[in-house]
Design a protein around this ligand. Structure first.
Ligand SMILES: [Zn+2]
Length: 481
């Protein structure tokens, strides 16, 4: 090869490389733009927000007149929220809301990924009761919430509520059984395995508000909204990216800055939703929680995403409840709470009877200020995500994570005990705190064997073929009209 030819080739490669970069950059800009075309209203410090948060003694919580809005932030990591102590201001609206609301300080999701955790939040039953997560061999990615599960939407629909579901996470699509009980259900067109893209939170709020505006006069509303703004791939709008200095950050810093910016974006969407309901004169019991957090490689052993681990980075979750009639606003509720507790808690607050077979317990007394402490001794979670099998028990002073050997016919496991203050799970405390270890290990043994009973009673898992061609089957099964 002559020097000239070599030079031409180098120039050719450079031109091609620049071209590819340009295409990628344009692609990324288009992609970022798809989620940022219209940022939520800037309501912080506004009269509209102050009016929406003002106490109103004329309103009561009762079935038939109180709207129930359950908002789940998918992949919301609690320690990245300023309302739970993060030093960057990522959740100014939730801070303002919490000052007028009650919040659980120690709530845990029952699984570190969407479907089993959401099944628990919405039905009050363990994930295994619906076979949404359990030992193989059925592919977890095809598990669906069975038609005999009783969801909050079904309970409230039977009370005359207009039930409106708007979800940005395709794991909750109709085909997976999560539209049960909804009159209106807006869901992504494609699964993430088909198209890795996310639905913008602004579209979730707009779609929900449109359905609210279509609701007949006087009819109460149950809304369930699920946002994925903090779920990868994140593309917070420029306004929020700038706030956290994303352009100047290092690679690791950029991931965290992008996450924090997405959290702020979600927070501002919640403000928009909350104020929007108040502007429409609705009497709302507003709930914000998360189905799980995110590892973010902080620290590295927690992994970057979620599903495989049970560290508090993915299982400790926010849970905030607001209604103008709740006594002593600004309260923090001590004691442990779980996702399975939401369903019975909401029913009792509304004056409705919960089904007798629930695994969660009503925490209505603590929400109403009659009890200061939930009285729960432990919270539990487990996962069978991809190639993991782990279980965990969370107490007031320690938590224990059990890593089971694979394949599942091998019954050996490794335990690690951590102080609850050690949320990064750095120092195994088994030898330093043998009594605590024995107590938590015994309780986890008992819970794990109870899960086998729950699973045996549940029968065969419902596995669906998630391709479009199976929609007929889903119709036949009663999932879709
Ligand atoms: Zn999720």
């Amino acid at each position: 090869m002559t020097a000239t030819v070599r030079k031409q080739r180098v120039v050719g490669w450079l031109v091609a490389a620049v071209g590819i970069c340009a295409v990628l950059t344009v692609g990324l800009l288009i992609r970022a733009g798809s989620n940022s075309s219209d940022a939520p209203r800037d309501l912080m410090g506004s009269e509209a927000l102050a009016a929406a948060l003002a106490p109103d003694g004329s309103l009561a919580i009762e079935a038939g007149t109180t709207d129930v809005i359950v908002v789940i932030g998918c992949t919301v990591r609690k320690d990245r929220m300023s309302v739970y102590g993060h030093d960057r201001e990522t959740t100014p609206f939730l801070e303002a809301l919490a000052a007028k609301a009650v919040r659980f300080e120690h709530a845990f999701a029952q699984a570190p990924w969407t479907r089993p955790s959401m099944g628990a939040w919405l039905t009050g039953r363990w994930p295994r009761a619906h076979q949404l997560d359990n030992p193989k061999p059925v592919r977890l990615s095809n598990r669906a919430l069975p038609p005999d599960a009783t969801t909050l939407a079904e309970r409230l629909e039977s009370q005359g509520y207009r039930t409106i579901g708007v979800v940005a996470n395709p794991n909750l699509n109709t085909r997976f059984g999560f539209a049960q009980g909804f009159e209106v259900y807006d869901e992504p067109d494609k699964l993430w395995r088909e198209e890795l893209d996310t639905v913008a939170g602004t579209d979730i709020v707009r779609s929900f508000m449109d359905a609210v505006d279509d609701t007949p006069e006087g009819q109460p509303i149950y809304g369930r909204l699920v946002f994925v703004d903090t779920h990868a791939p994140r593309s917070p709008s420029k306004k929020f990216r700038r706030r956290f200095g994303m352009a100047q950050a290092t690679r690791k810093g950029r991931r965290l800055a992008s996450y924090d910016a997405s959290m702020l974006q979600l927070d501002q969407l919640l403000a928009d939703l909350f104020v929007g309901m108040h502007e429409r004169g609705r009497n709302v019991l507003f709930v914000f929680a998360a189905d799980h957090g995110e590892g973010l490689n902080v620290p590295r052993r927690h992994g970057v995403g979620h599903g495989n681990h049970l560290y508090p980075s993915t299982t400790a979750v926010p849970w905030i409840m607001h209604h103008p009639a709740l006594p002593d606003p600004g309260r923090s509720i001590e004691g442990l709470a779980m996702g399975v507790d939401l369903h019975p808690t909401l029913l009792e607050l509304l004056g409705l009877e919960a089904q007798p077979d629930l695994d969660g317990q009503s925490l209505a007394d603590t929400v109403l200020g009659e009890d200061a402490h939930t009285g729960r001794e432990f919270a539990y979670a487990e996962t069978f995500f991809r190639k993991s099998h782990k279980s965990a028990i969370y107490g007031e002073e320690h938590y224990l994570i059990r890593d089971h050997a694979l394949p599942s016919d091998d019954t050996s496991f490794t335990d690690k005990l951590f102080a609850t203050t050690d949320w990064k799970a750095r120092n195994d405390q088994r030898t330093k705190a043998p009594d605590a270890y024995a107590r938590l290990a015994d309780a986890l043994d008992a819970w794990e064997s109870s899960m086998e009973t729950v699973q045996a009673a549940a029968g065969a898992p419902l596995e669906i073929d998630p391709r479009e061609s199976t929609m007929k089957q889903l119709k036949a099964l009663g999932y879709v009209d």
